[in-house]
Design a protein around this ligand. Structure first.
Ligand SMILES: Cc1cc2nc3c(=O)[nH]c(=O)nc-3n(C[C@H](O)[C@H](O)[C@H](O)COP(=O)(O)OP(=O)(O)OC[C@H]3O[C@@H](n4cnc5c(N)ncnc54)[C@H](O)[C@@H]3O)c2cc1C
Length: 419
């Protein structure tokens, strides 16, 4: 934002064209890499004792780095944000991300669904190689430096272990993440700092999150933690197939995350949303009805259900949870419920437990190079921007793409400044 040199409390000394990157997650690290490649001095500041904590957490479930589907389909995953992200994704999309990861010695594989992972199924080797390359190139890392805003002279102000630290870089990249999993560093506090400078953000909302369902005590105690495999879930015109998990308070899991934006917005508009579960999506409806119409004889309801439909355990439990006892006596009602069972969802789980965040800095306040229009020289990237996408590698893809875009745009901007 300002190109003046600073003074006051402890100053981070920087070479003549220096950039501060605030936030050492994937977006910030990618921006740092771009600026380093252009010969600029880069200081990365992060509030936590180490960088990339959420990236490492993503690695715990295998690190779905990106997706192999065609570009046009990939673009649709970003919904309303697609137009704003398109240029960044075209410049640094799934192909470039794969080449970049391979350049850091990461072998990749494509899963049957098109999702792309490191063969190691974790993030630590990739992060280690990346930080080592950045460090070798001269990037300085300042951990335990929490950015708290700007001083009157335009210096960035940080809370650090030995007191306040200030820095007056030639340009700044903000990559401070969303507001989910705050213990990993991204707590969304940056929104208040920018609001203080007249830059508003769209409210944070949980994305790729679980939902609350008012289970009976019996069902909760008996089935919390149990996965429902190979179901379809539908809301309105969207149907997705996959697995989900019953939790103490509701439902979680990949197939729920895929529907979470629609569910969340519907709950916000109507107070609740009805999710339809097909517990036996591969069964032909007529054959299912025939099987259920055969006499039960002396068999228990559980045995009859299992033998006629294959449903047992949590699937049978969910049916009993949702269906009045008398419906089990009517084959047509029972068959219909097995393939279209309503679950009333009352609220999203709190943002702290969500995989990602919707809301954030709005694209109208940014120029094409991700620079905040009202703050020349301050760029933003990653999950702190107002876009959302389902799981499937799209989140990291957009974080890396916007980090790449912001880093390059900051480089262009610096090139265009006279000293
Ligand atoms: C459990 C889990 C699993 C996931 N799995 C996947 C997956 O497989 N595939 C995928 O695509 N995505 C996945 N994600 C999402 C992905 O990890 C995030 O979208 C991504 O890390 C966001 O990158 P970012 O650089 O924008 O922000 P972050 O990674 O959140 O990094 C922001 C950094 O900014 C720092 N910071 C924040 N505020 C300040 C401040 N005031 N001062 C200084 N530093 C600050 C933080 O400490 C943090 O290091 C997962 C997320 C979670 C929680």
């Amino acid at each position: 934002m300002s190109r003046r040199r600073g003074y006051g409390p402890a100053m981070v000394k920087s070479p003549s064209r220096s950039v501060a990157v605030i936030g050492g997650g994937p977006a910030g690290l990618m921006a740092a890499e771009m600026l380093l490649a252009r010969g600029h001095g880069v200081d990365i500041f992060d509030a936590k004792p180490s960088l990339g904590r959420k990236f490492l957490m993503a690695g715990k479930s295998g690190l779905n780095l990106t997706h192999g589907e065609d570009f046009e389909t990939l673009l649709t995953r970003f919904g309303e944000g697609a137009g704003s992200l398109e240029a960044a994704l075209r410049a640094f999309g799934p192909k470039e991300i794969q080449a970049w990861a391979q350049g850091l010695g990461t072998e990749l594989f494509t899963g049957s669904s098109g999702r792309i992972f490191p063969k190691a199924m974790k993030a630590s080797p990739l992060l280690r190689a990346w930080l080592s390359r950045l460090g070798g190139g001269g990037v300085r890392v300042h951990t335990r430096h929490r950015w708290t805003g700007w001083a009157e002279d335009g210096a960035l102000v940080f809370e650090a272990p030995d007191g306040e630290v200030r820095s007056l870089p030639d340009a700044t990249i903000l990559a401070t993440g969303g507001a989910s999993w705050p213990r990993l560093g991204s707590d969304g506090a940056w929104a208040e700092i920018l609001r203080g400078r007249g830059v508003e953000s769209a409210p944070f909302k949980p994305a790729n999150c679980g939902f609350l369902v008012d289970w009976s005590q019996h069902f909760r105690e008996r089935f919390a933690g149990h996965p429902l495999k190979s179901c379809t879930l539908s809301i309105d015109d969207i149907t997705v197939q996959g697995d989900f998990v019953v939790t103490d308070t509701g439902i979680e899991g990949g197939v729920v995350y895929t529907l979470s934006a629609r569910l969340r917005d519907k709950v916000a508009a109507k107070g609740a949303a009805m999710l339809l579960v097909n517990l036996a999506p591969d069964r032909d409806p007529d054959r299912l009805l025939n099987a259920l119409s055969r006499p039960r004889g002396k068999r228990s309801l559980s045995n009859f259900l299992r033998q006629a439909t294959g449903l047992e355990g949590v699937k049978a439990g969910l049916l009993r949870e949702r269906l009045p006892a008398k419906s089990f006596e009517t084959p047509r009602t029972l068959a219909k419920a097995i393939q279209s069972l309503g679950i009333l969802v009352t609220a999203p789980r709190p943002i702290e437990g969500a995989i990602s965040t919707a809301g954030g800095l709005v694209f109208q306040d940014l120029d094409d190079g991700m620079m905040i229009k009202a703050m020349p020289g301050v760029f933003a990237a990653g999950e702190m921007l107002d876009w959302e996408a389902p799981t499937g590698g799209y989140l990291l893809t957009a974080c890396l793409a916007t980090g790449h875009a912001a880093g390059n745009a900051a480089g262009d901007w610096l090139d265009g400044q006279t000293t």
